[in-house]
Design a protein around this ligand. Sequence first.
Ligand code: NAP
Length: 303
Amino acid sequence: MTWHVLGAGSLGSLWAIRLARAGDAVCLILRNSTRLSAYQAAGGLRLREDGQLIFQPIPAELPDATTPIRRLLVACKAYDVEAAVASVASRLAPHCDILLLQNGLGSQQAVAERWPQTRCIFVSSTEGAYRQGDFDVVFAGQGQNWLGDPRDTTPPTWLGALAAAGIAHQWSEDILARLWRKLALNCAINPLTVLYDCRNGGLLAHRTEVLALCDELGVLLRVNGQPDAAVDLAQDVLRVIEATATNYSSMYQDVAAGRRTEVSYLLGYACASAARLGVVLPALTALRQRLADHLSHRGLPTD
Ligand code: NAP
C-alpha cells in the first residue's frame, strides 16, 4: 500500500521521509509541473535532525496522475486542504483512508463531509518542523501525534507502520476533544503574541487578559459538547506560556514572515461556532476584530 503525501512542506516531508526510510512505499503529490521540476532538480527530500542529514529520493507525481490512491496523507495548510484534495478526488479509491494533519478545526470536517466514501482520520500533532529551503526540512521538536476518527473509534490496521517508521503516535477515541483543547490553547496564546509583538512568555505581563479569554473559551468548549476539554484550561494555558516562554507562536512566525495565517481554523472557527450557537463571547469577538485589523494593516489576508 503506497502512502500518497499531498503537500511536501514541513510536516509532509517529515512524515514522508520517516515512512520511506522504514521501507514503506511513498509517493509525493506536488501541486504543479513547476514544483515537480524544482523537486526533480533537488533530487529528493532532505531532513535535518540533531545535526544529521537524511536524504530520500522519494518519487513524486502531479495530482492528475492516474494511479489510484488508497492512503492519503494531507499535509497542506488548512486553507489549502479542500482544493488540494479536490485535485486528486477522481483518484480516491472507495474506502480510501485520508489522514488530515491540520491544526485547528473546520478543514477536516469539510473533507469528511465532501468525500463521505473515504475514512477521514484527524491528526493532532505536537511535532515541530520547518522548511529551511525547498524540499529541505528541519525536525525541530519531538512530540506526539494523536490520531482519531470522530465517526468510528476502531483503530486502522496500519498503525504498526507508523511505529515501525518511528513516528510517535497514539490512537485517540476522542480526537475532537484533543483538537478542541489545542484550538483553545492556541486562541488564548497565539493572537495576543501577534498583537503584543512578543514571545509566548511576554503574555505573563497580560495575565488578566489571558484569563478572561480562558473563561470564554471554557464556555465555548462546553456549549460545543466538549466539557472535558474545558477542565483546567486556564492552568494549562499558563503552564504552556511558561514552558514555551522563549518561543514565538506559529501565528507570530507566520505574520513576521508575511505568510497567510490559519486564523479561520482557530480563532475564526471559535467565533463562528459561538455565533452559530447564539453564545455571546465579547472578549473573543474583540480579539478576532483586533487581529483582523492588525493583519489587514500589514497587508495580510484576514481569513
Ligand atoms: P508548509 O510547510 O507550508 O507545507 C504545506 C505544503 O502544502 C507546501 O509544500 C505546499 O506546496 C503544499 N500545498 C499547498 N497546496 C497544495 C496543493 N493543492 N497540492 C499539493 N501541495 C500543496 O506547512 P506545514 O508547516 O507542514 O503545515 C501543514 C499543516 O500542519 C498546517 O495545518 C499546520 O498548522 C499543521 N502543523 C504543522 C506543524 C509544524 O511544525 N510545521 C506542527 C503541527 C501542525 P508549496 O511547497 O508548493 O507551497
